[in-house]
Design a protein. Structure first.
Length: 157
């Protein structure tokens, strides 16, 4: 089971690698972001962090919380708040489906990566995730170590 090939045309800003350690990712969803001008400038400069970012569904709308985008130094009083709540752009049916799954089945919407699409739009990839327990994490680490130690496996020759 190798690493998935990245789609062409995407310019990645940041990734949340810890999410794959802490969660089982069941499904992936691409969503647009509503951003201010200084936020876009900071994203293009790679000044973002997704460490604890997650999405919530409230009143039929989706929001991204705890995503840190650093302030843009050249923006004066028009600068943005680094960890503000950002609206996600999704279809109404997608929001409804995700809302049901997070409420009834106990899933979490975790931010996996932020990137710019081929049309230079800022996008966030969300993962419909289920939390791992401590023994699941140990098992994942053991499997990863086995793959590295195999002669034809994922390690360097």
């Amino acid at each position: 089971m190798g690493r998935a090939k990245e789609p062409e045309g995407r310019k990645y800003v940041c990734r949340n690698r810890k999410a794959f350690h802490d969660f089982f990712i069941e499904d992936r969803i691409e969503a647009g972001l509503v951003l201010q001008g200084s936020e876009v400038k900071s994203l293009r400069d790679g000044r973002a962090n997704l460490k604890d970012a997650y999405a919530v569904i409230e009143n039929g709308e989706a929001y991204l919380l705890n995503m840190h985008i650093s302030e843009w130094p050249q923006a004066t009083y028009l600068n943005h708040e680094p960890e503000r709540r950002r609206k996600l752009l999704l279809h109404a049916r997608q929001i409804q489906r995700l809302g049901i799954q997070t409420r009834q089945r106990g899933y979490t919407l975790v931010a996996l990566s932020v990137y710019f699409s081929e049309t230079n739009r800022a996008k966030v990839e969300l993962g419909l995730a289920r939390g791992k327990r401590k023994y699941d994490k140990r098992e994942s680490i053991r499997e990863k170590d086995q793959r590295r130690s195999e002669p034809d496996g994922g390690g360097k020759p």
